[in-house]
Design a protein around this ligand. Structure first.
Ligand SMILES: Cc1cc2nc3c(=O)[nH]c(=O)nc-3n(C[C@H](O)[C@H](O)[C@H](O)COP(=O)(O)OP(=O)(O)OC[C@H]3O[C@@H](n4cnc5c(N)ncnc54)[C@H](O)[C@@H]3O)c2cc1C
Length: 276
């Protein structure tokens, strides 16, 4: 059976929100819960959805966000710098009229404005989000899903595991900084997948070896790869070129690129094979 994945569009909405809680599912991940009436009508129907998050300028502390006008989205004139990054809406709930959205931020130091903000975020802080503009829905026809993710894609992996029907087998290969990230997934999510963990200090070859060791990948298997862009290149080459898997069976998304500020995930992760 051929795998197919539909997309749906959502109206673009800009939302001004307030941090209502901060927790840490792993020491290097800040789970920021955002609240506010503007979350009414929030929709995220795909496991790989993202929102654009707008941050305060670390130099001035001023948060400048675009506005929606009749002519579309507009950047404010003459105000501060607009600083945004992409994040996965992990969980959205409404309880007794109160809306809450969780976003998990990898805290990797102060050089990036998103990480610097998340590392210090506290209840009462302001944040602006836009989107998701659209959702790519679950692949129809897949009986097995392979998730290859680093910690930036743990929220996406969580959503895959949460959304996939229990009839779909899930294999996960996680590439993380160290063992402390293993506390991230709940027991319930851990029970749904067959996971192997790899630590970056041990080198990258292990991830590729583990992927090769999975053996033949059948036509009803879907593979989602997300994380540091250059790390994904040999894995994607193996899947697309060596195994010859068609595009609809493999999605590889570079969520960040080592040494690049605000890397654009729309750029091909492999410039020598820019078909993505
Ligand atoms: C669709 C999509 C969904 C994403 N979802 C999430 C999510 O849910 N949670 C999440 O944490 N991230 C997520 N990301 C990744 C996140 O957008 C990037 O990591 C972003 O670059 C962080 O911004 P920053 O301001 O901290 O760093 P930047 O200013 O962009 O970069 C500054 C420096 O930090 C490095 N850097 C960036 N990210 C990391 C990192 N994680 N570890 C180590 N070094 C890093 C860069 O290479 C650069 O050298 C997602 C990205 C995409 C495209």
């Amino acid at each position: 059976m051929t795998i197919e994945r539909d997309s749906v569009k959502h109206p673009l909405v800009i939302r001004h929100l307030t941090v209502s809680a901060v927790s840490h599912p792993a020491p290097s991940i800040a789970r920021i819960t955002l609240s506010g009436d503007e979350l009414a009508g929030f929709v995220s129907s795909g496991p790989t959805d993202h929102v654009k998050v707008f941050f305060p300028d670390p130099a001035t502390g001023v948060l400048t966000a675009p506005t929606m006008t009749a002519d579309g989205i507009k950047k404010p004139k003459g105000e501060g710098k607009v600083i945004s990054r992409d994040y996965t809406p992990l969980g959205f709930r409404t309880d007794a009229g109160r809306h809450e959205l969780d976003i998990d931020f990898v805290v990797h130091g102060d050089e990036g404005p998103a990480s610097a903000w998340a590392g210090k975020a506290a209840a009462g802080d302001s944040l602006v989000i836009a989107g998701p503009r659209g959702s790519r829905l679950l692949p129809v026809g897949a009986t097995h899903v392979i998730l290859i993710a680093d910690e930036t894609a743990f929220p996406a992996a969580s959503r895959w595991i949460d959304m996939l029907p229990t009839s779909v087998n899930i294999t996960a290969l996680f590439d993380v900084a160290d063992e402390s990230l293993e506390s991230y997934f709940s027991d319930e999510l851990k029970a749904r997948m067959d996971a192997e963990w790899f630590y970056r200090r041990d080198g990258l070859g292990q991830l590729e070896a583990a992927l090769r060791a999975l053996g033949e990948i059948g036509e009803s298997t879907f593979v989602f790869l997300a994380g540091e862009a250059t790390t994904l290149v040999p894995l994607r080459r193996y899947l697309r070129r060596e195994l010859g898997l068609p595009k609809q069976q493999v999605t590889a998304d570079g969520y960040w690129r080592r040494g690049v500020t605000n890397a654009d995930h729309h750029e091909p992760i492999d410039p020598s094979d820019p078909e993505d």
